[in-house]
Design a protein around this ligand. Structure first.
Ligand SMILES: [Zn+2]
Length: 451
């Protein structure tokens, strides 16, 4: 059999190993990994000259806000940004689209609205809110990869949960074989602190950070873990920013609790001083942390204690950021990050801190596919997996210009930063979807994936 594509002479990276070799593709699947620079008969051969050949990034946490708020981003712009960032599969949140995907009908409505818009493959999260336990089974049957919930206010039309729904949702996750994702911050303490700080008239950027301290995050982490332990449910804590939270998860895993933990590139790339300087584009919840916390979080990543790294890409119209320039409470919280996540991790992780490429692949490709039921179709370069591949020039130094963002609104905390490591080409199922600044496929190329 003649292969369709042979990507040769690369630095092939899997979660297990990094070696000089190539990837052979036929019918959109990987059929063989070869070591060394040998000849393979293929319709098309691409010599990548020693550049890195990674599995495409599997970003398990993005908000593309469609339907209802597609003027914030939408599937076409968001998926193009993903492709440019080496992301070949994204898992999209039930909010901030409106209506949010909290039952089967609303999920189907969303899928109708977004079909024929994505340039890469995608899966959907369902939502767990204050009153929809009976809807989780229907969402599960539609193939959602998890049920996202908020322990603190989400800021949009998506109700937060208390311990009753957290308990009930975790029981359902066990029964269905799915997973509950939680945004873990204490609603009561963050609200109390925000009101106290606002009462003093403070509108500065540190006021936001001080209203959402590490302790408010850790308390919620521990509470969610406790209920996961009691129920035997499957818990995934999203965007943990503090080492103590990671340690709590690590301890729980040793006790047999089914819990996994995500952090995001922005909690590793930026610190609170950057937030104070950059302003609203770097506002998020939980907030960026002080440098000492950032370095402790890095220690957890490098020690293999974090399960996934996801972008939590959450854009908004520029005006919703600008209005917070002088009063941070007014700005939308969310970072435009899907296009920069891999370069950010290469720069700060691989180059600056000696993170191995295999660990990067494990956290950004293989583990997310595994946790959310898409492995080994996604997240792997093993024979039989979809030929989702990112070709990366590891040593290229470049600066991200705002106008080069594929996002609808050309703003990001990462804009203007210089990175070491650039995505050159992205393949989805053996087809180039992105190449040197250009999107190569029409919207709609991307396929829906189900757990
Ligand atoms: Zn999010």
């Amino acid at each position: 059999m003649q292969a369709d594509l042979y990507i040769k002479n690369g630095l092939v990276v899997t979660e297990e190993a990094t070696f000089h070799g190539g990837v052979v593709v036929a019918d959109g699947k990987i059929v063989e990994l070869v070591a060394g620079n040998i000849d393979v008969a293929a319709k098309e051969t691409i010599d990548v000259n020693g550049k890195a050949v990674l599995p495409g990034i599997v970003d398990d946490h993005v908000h593309f806000n469609e339907p209802g708020r597609e003027h914030w981003e939408g599937y076409e712009a968001g998926s193009k940004a993903a492709a440019a960032g080496g992301v070949t599969t994204f898992m999209e949140m039930p909010l901030n689209a409106t209506p949010p995907s909290i039952d089967r009908d609303k999920l189907i409505h969303k899928r109708e609205a977004i079909k024929n818009k994505s340039v890469v493959d995608y899966a959907h999260w369902g939502g767990l809110v204050d009153n929809n336990l009976d809807e989780l089974e229907g969402l599960h049957e539609e193939g959602v990869i998890g049920f996202k919930s908020f322990m603190s206010e989400s800021g949009v039309d998506f109700k937060r949960i208390d311990d009753d729904m957290l308990y009930g949702g975790l029981v359902k996750s066990r029964e269905l074989g799915n997973v509950v994702g939680v945004h873990a911050e204490s609603e009561h303490v963050t609200r109390f602190l925000a009101e106290q700080i606002q009462a003093t008239g403070r509108i500065d950027r540190n006021a936001w950070s001080e209203s959402r301290p590490p302790a408010a995050e850790l308390e919620a982490d521990k509470r969610a873990i406790y209920w996961a332990k009691v129920t035997g449910g499957n818990l995934h804590i999203v965007h943990v920013t503090i080492a103590e939270g990671i340690h709590a998860v690590d301890q729980a895993k040793r006790e047999g609790v089914n819990v996994t933990v995500e952090t995001c590139p922005h909690y590793l790339f930026f610190d609170n001083d950057d937030f104070v300087r950059i302003g609203p584009a770097a506002k998020c919840a939980p907030p960026l942390r002080v440098r000492e916390e950032v370095e402790k979080l890095w220690e957890c990543v490098l020690a293999g204690m974090v399960d996934t790294i996801a972008s939590d890409h959450s854009p908004c119209p520029t005006a919703d950021k600008v209005k917070g320039n002088d009063n941070i409470w007014q700005a939308w919280g969310g970072i435009t990050g899907v296009q920069a996540m891999l370069p950010a991790m290469l720069t700060e992780g691989v180059h600056k801190r000696g993170m191995s490429l295999s660990l990067l692949v494990k956290l950004m490709c293989t583990n997310p596919a595994r946790i959310f039921g898409l492995y080994p179709q996604k997240g792997s370069l093993l024979p039989g997996s979809d030929a989702d591949i990112a070709i990366v020039d590891l040593n290229k130094t470049w600066t991200l210009a705002a106008e080069d963002l594929f996002s609808l609104h050309k703003q990001s905390a990462y804009a203007g930063y210089t990175f070491q490591g650039q995505v050159e080409r992205t393949f989805v199922r053996g087809t180039a979807v992105y190449e040197n600044g250009q999107i190569k496929v029409e919207p709609g190329y991307g396929n829906l994936l189900r757990r």
